[in-house]
Design a protein around this ligand. Structure first.
Ligand SMILES: Nc1nc2c(ncn2[C@@H]2O[C@H](COP(=O)(O)OP(=O)(O)OP(=O)(O)O)[C@@H](O)[C@H]2O)c(=O)[nH]1
Ligand SMILES: [Mg+2]
Length: 186
């Protein structure tokens, strides 16, 4: 079975743990805010999600990282062998907009991931209106795919968009695996 590791990073209190719980269908509900310490790993499987029709399903690991920069010393260990990076933020927070440049630089650029391996999630907490038109990001962030999430308004639409992102990642992982196989054979 194909294994795919995806990191959830971004500012504290943005909603990373809430979204990771929702996507992995964890039974943990939304409670009062509990900062994540370093990392929490959520695992789930999607049968018939092999990417190229080869494998029987896919196992995803969502690495829900703590947004506090005091965990910076753990970041290299977290990044190791990750296939994708998801940056969660709240677009109505000016400090978040500034901070995501740092998360992108540390987790995407320094790891030399492709743009298609990174996803930005503009998370809308209850009471924060969904207004995708109001989001303008500076380069290089403006080249990345952005998905809007609102668990109150349209959770399933968000899940679908996230699955599309996972499909792209799975395809990439499969292609890399095929390439490695070919190199061993030749
Ligand atoms: N009701 C509701 N509350 C939300 C939602 N998203 C975030 N919250 C609230 O915001 C708090 C912070 O969200 P978390 O997901 O814990 O934030 P985080 O990004 O994981 O923060 P760190 O672990 O410190 O990096 C939650 O405990 C909720 O109280 C949402 O979609 N609905
Ligand atoms: Mg958290």
């Amino acid at each position: 079975m194909l294994k795919v590791k995806i990191l959830f990073v971004g500012p504290s209190e943005a909603g990373k743990s809430v979204l990771a719980n929702f996507l992995s269908e964890s039974t943990e509900g939304i409670g009062s805010y509990l900062p994540t310490h370093a990392v929490r790993i959520l695992e789930y499987e999607m049968p018939n999600f092999g990417g190229n029709g080869k494998g029987a399903g896919c196992r995803f690991e969502l690495w829900d990282c703590g947004g506090d920069q005091k965990f910076e010393t753990c970041w290299p260990a977290l990044m190791k062998d990750s296939h994708g990076v998801v940056i969660v933020f709240n677009q109505d927070s000016p400090t978040h907009l500034k901070e995501i440049e740092m998360w992108h630089s540390c987790f995407v650029q320094q790891q030399q991931l492709l743009e298609s391996q990174c996803l930005l999630i503009s998370h809308h907490k209850p009471g924060n209106a969904m207004d995708p038109e109001n989001l303008t990001l500076p380069p290089p962030l403006n080249r990345l795919q952005v998905v809007h999430s609102s668990l109150e308004e349209d959770p399933e639409d968000f899940r679908m968009e996230f699955v599309k992102y996972l499909k792209g990642i799975t395809k990439l992982v499969n292609e890399n695996r095929d390439r490695e196989e070919m190199l061993l054979i030749t």
